[in-house]
Every structure is written in structure tokens, then in C-alpha cells.
Ligand binder design. Structure first.
Ligand code: F6P
Length: 362
């Protein structure tokens, strides 16, 4: 390439999480210090790539970034470059802007694009790879729902935040003889609820993968009450759903919409009726997405960032840098795109939780 240094593009897409800046730092430091590459960062995910909003990243840009939450590149979690909504004389139209992305990458002389994101970001990267773009993906999101890697960047930090919240709820539940429900994120997978529920000593854990019967949840609470434990800690994944036919329909409860966000309020109202114990809800929300990355996430981010640049140097494209059984391993994008890693309902974590007396409402 006429003596010009190899150039790598990088973007962060999807929901933010602790560890994003750590991985940007690892990519930039490795590219510049080890391989002498230039790094072009596109802002706000694929939107920046379409609109050619970029910044050439220098070592100074990533200095002091290791423990900072968020992403210095910005992100969006609802932009699909294959269906960009444009306003055409007042009429909204969807336009495929992948051609513009290819042109912009060519204009910058970028050899490969590193996309740091969740399933949607990685799936878009896969679709671009089908059009000839050389893509390397790095898995991140607090949900840990990406196949081909033991953990995603941001997941452990979110589990730490949720566990700390559960620890804090115990004393209030016991003092007031209450049901304390903590609603955590995780989208369609129950990993955050399962792991923080185990770590935080929850009595009941409700996850999307195991539809709950509210009557069985109530039974667990009443069993505890009979042993003198007139309080319970319930960790609810935002995607938890009631088992078919188990709905406790009571017109005094708010209309159940089975939507994300707020499922725990519905469950709390039903449990008050069924157990005659007061219930209180805490929705942890975006606290799980913010703050500084845990040391585990800083190490994971650094490992995956270094590995992604090494893959670029070795010409290993159209794969995701994953870690399986603690070993770095590139996973083909076809194994990741449009997929979701759910909690195995007969897996070891569910089993050990049950051994500890946890009820999953089933
Ligand atoms: O995917 C990460 C995540 O935090 C999910 O756990 C959550 O359901 C979703 O993003 C929230 O999306 P938004 O940031 O668009 O509200």
C-alpha cells in the first residue's frame, strides 16, 4: 500500500458497558506500539462510519482510560446501516447505506474493521463481511448472551453491581419482614440474574429460560415463612416470563403486559396477594451499565483487544475474538450472527443454585 502504514478501523456499537474504554485502549496501544498500525476510530457505532465521522486515535487518546466506564467513541444501540431511516420530503424511508460504508473504508485505506459490540453489532459486521469488508468482532455487553465466548466484556462488572445491590437489600428485607425484589438487566438471557442471584444469596431467581409459576414462587416464600424466615430476596431478570397457564389473574393487579422493564412490579403485586407479605421493588437499570470496569473485565478487555489486533496482523478476518475455557479462540462470525447464548436450564449453575435451596419458580 505505497508505503503507507496499515490502517485499522474501530467502532463501538450497542449498549455501553464497563470495559469498552479498556478494550479501545488495548487495541490502540497494541496497534501502535507492537505493529506500527494507524487506528481510525469511528464515532457512535455504524452511524459514524456511514457519515464518515472519525478520529485518528493516538496513544494520548487512550492514556488513563483503563478504569473509565463508557466509550470515548460514543455508541448507538438502534442504528442499522442496512436500514437507515432517511426523511425524503417528509416521508420516512429506509435506505441501505452499506455501500457508503464500503466507500468510506476505502477512502481511509482501512484494511480491516474491528467492531466491538453485542449481537446486533456483530451481526451487522457479519453482513458487511458478506460484502467484502474484512471484519474482526470483539464481544461486549452486560448480558453475556453472545455464543462462542465464556464471558462478554461488561458482564462481570454488571454482576458485581447487582450482587452488591442484593447484599444491601438483605438487611432491609429482614428488618421489615418484606419481600425484596431486585430487577436486573440481561435482555433475553438470564445470566446477570443467575450469577448475581447465586453470589448475592437470593432465595428465588427468575430468568427468561425458566418460565415461572407465581403460585410456586409464593409457595417457596410461605415455606420460608413457616421456618421463621418471614422475608425473601427475589432476583428477577427483566426478561422473566410467567409459565403458560400459571398466570394469577387479579383485576386489582396492574394489567400484565409481559414487556421488558417492570416485570418485577407485576410479580411483587401478585406475591403480596398470595403471601400477605409486603413487597418492595428495586429496578437496578443503568447502574449495571455504568461505572468503572472490574479488574476481571479490565483483563478480559485487554486480552480481547490485543488478540483482535493480532488476528488483523495475521490476516484472520471475519471472526470474533472469543475466550473459551479461558483460552483465546477466534470464532467464525457465522457461529455468532443472529444467535443468543441462553442459560442452559440443566446446566451446572442452575443445579448448584437449586442445591443451595434457590427456587426458579418452576
Ligand atoms: O444489551 C444491554 C442492555 O443493557 C440490556 O440488558 C437491556 O435490556 C438493553 O441493553 C437496554 O437497551 P437501551 O440502552 O437501548 O435502553
Amino acid at each position: 500500500m505505497n508505503g503507507q502504514r496499515k490502517r485499522i478501523g474501530i467502532l463501538t456499537g450497542g449498549g455501553d458497558c464497563p470495559g469498552l474504554n479498556s478494550v479501545i485502549r488495548a487495541v490502540v496501544k497494541t496497534s501502535i506500539n507492537i505493529y506500527g498500525y494507524e487506528i481510525i476510530g469511528f464515532t457512535d457505532g455504524y452511524m459514524g462510519l456511514v457519515n464518515n465521522r472519525f478520529k485518528k486515535l493516538a496513544l494520548s487518546d487512550v492514556s488513563g482510560l483503563l478504569d473509565k466506564g463508557g466509550t470515548i467513541l460514543g455508541t448507538t444501540d438502534s442504528f442499522d446501516p442496512f436500514k437507515m431511516v432517511v426523511d425524503n420530503d417528509g416521508e420516512k424511508q429506509e435506505r441501505d447505506m452499506s455501500g457508503r460504508i464500503i466507500d468510506n473504508l476505502k477512502m481511509h485505506n482501512i484494511e480491516c474493521l474491528i467492531v466491538i459490540g453485542g449481537i446486533n453489532t456483530i451481526t451487522t459486521g457479519y453482513r458487511l463481511s458478506l460484502k467484502g469488508v474484512k471484519v474482526i468482532a470483539i464481544p461486549k455487553n452486560i448480558d453475556n448472551d453472545i455464543p462462542g465466548t465464556d464471558a462478554t466484556i461488561g458482564f462481570i462488572s454488571a454482576v458485581n453491581t447487582a450482587t452488591d445491590a442484593l447484599d444491601k437489600l438483605h438487611s432491609s428485607a429482614e428488618s421489615h419482614h418484606r419481600l425484596m425484589l431486585l430487577e436486573v438487566m440481561g435482555r433475553r438471557a438470564g445470566w446477570v440474574a443467575l450469577e448475581s442471584g447465586i453470589a448475592g444469596g437470593a432465595d428465588i431467581i427468575l430468568i427468561p429460560e425458566i418460565p415461572y409459576d407465581i403460585n410456586l414462587v409464593a409457595r417457596k416464600i410461605l415455606e420460608r415463612k413457616r421456618t421463621g424466615k418471614n422475608f425473601s430476596i427475589i432476583c428477577v431478570s427483566e426478561g422473566a416470563v410467567a409459565a403458560k397457564g400459571s398466570e394469577y389473574i387479579d383485576d386489582s393487579c396492574p394489567e400484565y403486559t409481559n414487556q421488558m422493564y417492570g416485570v418485577s412490579s407485576r410479580i411483587a403485586a401478585q406475591l403480596e396477594k398470595l403471601t400477605h407479605l409486603e413487597s418492595r421493588v428495586t429496578v437496578l437499570g443503568y447502574l449495571q451499565r455504568g461505572g468503572e470496569p472490574s479488574p476481571t473485565d479490565r483483563i478480559l478487555s485487554t486480552r480481547l483487544g490485543v488478540e483482535a489486533v493480532k488476528m488483523a496482523a495475521e490476516g484472520i478476518y471475519n471472526k470474533m475474538a472469543g475466550i473459551v475455557n479461558n483460552e483465546l479462540c477466534p470464532i467464525d462470525l457465522t457461529e455468532v450472527a443472529n444467535k443468543c447464548k441462553h442459560v442452559p436450564v440443566d446446566g451446572e449453575l442452575v443445579r448448584i443454585a437449586r442445591n443451595m435451596g434457590v427456587s426458579f419458580g418452576d
